[in-house]
Structure formats: C-alpha cells, structure tokens
Design a binder for this molecule. Structure first.
Ligand SMILES: *Cc1c(COP(=O)(O)O)cnc(C)c1O
Length: 403
C-alpha cells in the first residue's frame, strides 16, 4: 500500500478512555437535584465516596480529591509548611506544570539530571541534595519510576520530605507497593490523557494526619466542612482559621465520572502493560531503537511508549524519521525536536535563568514519545510497530557499527 493509504487505516491513539455507561445514572441524578457541590450533602457525597474508594484502592489512610494533579502538588508543598523561597529538587524531565506548582507554592525549583533511561540520575540527585534542598518532588514521568530505594534512603538520611508526582503512574508497583504511597505525599491526575479520565481532576494521598488536615483545609474546606472528612478531629481543631483557603475542590460530577472507572484500573493496567511489552519487544529487534526496560523493582502500568534512537543520528535524520513515521500513520514525537514542547526544560523560560543539563538535553533530543492506550488491539499494535520499523528503515540502513 502507498503511505497515504496506510495513514488512513492507522489506529486512533488520541482518543481518551470512554466513560463507563454506569456513570450516566449518577450524573442524571446529580443534574436533576443540582447537588454538585461536594459539601452540600450531610454525608456520602460522590467526592467523599471517591476519596474513600481511592484510599482503599491504594491502601492509604487519607485521600483528598481536588481540581487537578497540579493543584494536589501545590497543596502537598503548602502542607509541608516550607518557608518562602525553599529549594525543591525536581527532575529536569517532567511536565511544565510541575516546576509551575513549585513556583505557585512560593518555592524555588532546582532541576536535577535525568539519564537516557528516563529516570533521575542518582549521582546528580545526591550531589544537589546537599545544596540547601528543603523538599524533593519526584515526577515519575510517563510512568517511568526513578529508583525510589536510593532516593528514599538519601532523603531519609537527611530528613528531607519526598512528594511523589504519580500523575501518570496509577497502578505502577515498586517492590510490590503502589507508586504514590512511598513518599510522604502522592499526587495523581484524572486529566483525560491519564489512566482514569475525568477531563480534569486530581487526588492527593498520605498517611500523615497533619498533612491531610492542612491540605483538606487549604483545598477549600472552609468553616466546619472539614468535619465531612473522617478521622482527623484533633488536627483540624488545631488548624481551623489558621490556613488560607485556595479553593481547589473537586465537584460531584467529576467524582461521578471517576468512580465507575476505579474498578477498571486493574484491567487497563494489565492491557496497557501487555500492549507496551508487545510493541517494545518488536522495536527492540531493531539495531537503531531501544525501549528502556523496567527497573527490577518496578511493575509498570504504561499507557504510552518511549524509545530511544540508538547509535549516531543527526537532528536532520531524527526529524526525517519522525516524518517517515507520520506518513505511515503513526505520530511519534521526539521531545526535544518539537517546538515549544512543555516537557523540554529549556522551554520553561518562566523559571528565569535555566541551568545547562547536558545529560537530560541529550536524552530529550533522541527520545521518542508515542501514546499507546489500553484499548488498542493486537493488529493496531503491529501496525504501529511496522510503521516505526519501516520509518527507521527509510532513514537508516542496517547498522554495521553495532557491536
Ligand atoms: C499530567 C501530568 C501532570 C499534571 O496533571 P494535571 O492533572 O493536568 O494537573 C503532572 N505531572 C505529570 C508527570 C503528568 O503526566
């Protein structure tokens, strides 16, 4: 088939997960009653039920549903009660909303290097940790888990609190534990392109009653609305009227969309992992491609696939590869070669002077990003793998320099 014919039969990887039919009755009920505000019902509001179900799903004491993962990250930083100007260490490979949340919390983001395996470079992380860092925010970018054993050991030895940005890591396990429950606070996203789709939304989890109480109040539990969050009476009494109200609450319609998706998380994780591993296995047969393997402690929950162009590629060849994949119907984005990409740290000009981070820059210039939703079929996956391998073949002959 000619490339333009192939493009027309390409699988749709853009659409988000559909909302289960079961959500409709509850949405109709809420629309009919107008009961959209989480604190109107005396008990059992959809948002409160979601918080309990999510806490049970992850095995944590407290969950707080909010308007986005970025709001959750902001509240987590505020709940740590850091002084203004506190230095917060974050990976240089993340989404622009992450350094933005640090700025929003009146703190200073400090970037550390990320290696070719898309994970925090532990040597650089350890070196920067002793440079006046007050808190660490680990972004498990695209669901790639940084080495939490070494990160927690380094931070615990110094008494530095760790927040996990698990926006894209729902269902990922580390030594059998849920990602997002290893640091002091974990934050997840329900934005459409995450495993659970509510358009927008986020949730914060913690086992720490003081952090839970502080973040609940600051999220907008004004007056005595905190009484509708169970189990924290003493902490709330202490913080009443002593914290600002940022009003980042979730509303009931969002919870109605999210709750019927929670029982589907396990299935989406298993399907996403099988899809990812099938395409990864095919791509890894090429001399020119490497899909970063999982770390030994990690059980992944991918809904996208990242791979590295191996060997020597000029920028022109890398761009030609992107174009060749596109005419075959598969849009592959090289993070550092797409203009204004919000995941390329040099575009975060709102931070002011940006450090030179050669390791992260080199990774971004040759790492390809591809959505791979759980709903894809085996023929869809093979179409995608065929297109990528053919695109590599169109730019590069078989490698002769490979050892
Ligand atoms: C999506 C995402 C965010 C932002 O989540 P929102 O809910 O859109 O605020 C932050 N970090 C990572 C790693 C993400 O993937």
């Amino acid at each position: 088939m000619a490339p333009d014919t192939l493009a027309r039969t390409a699988p749709n990887v853009y659409d988000a997960e559909p909302i289960p039919e079961a959500a409709r009755a509850e949405i109709d009920r809420l629309l009919a009653s107008g009961d959209l505000f989480r604190y109107t019902a005396p008990e059992g509001a959809p948002v409160a039920r979601l918080e309990q179900e999510f806490a049970d799903l992850l095995g944590v004491r407290y969950a707080l549903a909010v308007s986005s993962c970025s709001a959750a990250l902001f509240l987590a930083l505020k709940a740590l009660d850091l002084p203004a100007g506190a230095r917060v260490l974050i990976p240089a490979f993340t989404f622009a909303a992450v350094p933005s949340a640090v700025l929003h919390a009146n703190c200073v983001p400090v970037l550390c290097e990320v290696g070719a395996d898309l994970r925090i470079d532990i040597r650089d992380f350890a070196a920067r940790l002793d440079d006046g860092i007050a808190a660490v925010l680990i972004s498990h970018m695209r669901g790639h888990t940084s080495d939490m054993d070494r990160i927690m050991a380094l931070c615990e030895a110094r008494g530095i609190p760790v927040i996990e940005d698990a926006a894209h890591s729902l269902g990922t396990l580390w030594n059998g534990r849920n990602i997002g429950t290893i640091g002091k606070v974990g934050c997840f996203s329900f934005q459409s392109y995450k495993l659970v789709n509510a358009g927008e939304g986020g949730i914060l989890v913690t086992d720490d009653p003081e952090i839970a109480a502080r973040s609940v109040i600051m999220s907008g539990a004004y007056e005595h609305n905190w009484k509708k969050h169970a189990g924290l009476q003493n902490s709330y009494m202490h913080w009443q009227n002593r914290l600002p109200l940022y009003n980042m609450r979730m509303q009931n319609l969002s919870a109605a969309v999210i709750r019927p998706q929670l029982p589907l998380v396990g299935g989406r994780v298993a399907a996403g992992r099988a899809n990812h591993d099938h395409v990864a296995e095919r791509l890894n047969r090429s001399d020119w491609i490497e899909v970063p393997p999982a770390l030994p402690q990690e059980e992944r929950a991918p809904d996208s696939l990242q791979f590295r162009l191996l060997g020597t590629w000029s920028d022109a060849e890398a761009r030609a590869f992107q174009d060749a994949a596109k005419v075959r119907g598969v849009a592959v984005q090289i993070f550092g070669l797409s203009e204004d990409n919000a995941r390329a740290f040099w575009n975060w000009k709102f931070l002011g002077d940006l450090p030179d981070l050669p390791m992260t820059r080199a990774m971004l210039m040759r790492t390809c990003d591809l959505r791979l939703p759980a709903r894809l079929t085996r023929p869809d996956l093979d179409f995608i793998a065929d297109a990528i391998l053919a695109a590599v073949g169109a730019v590069k002959a078989a490698r002769t320099d490979a050892a």
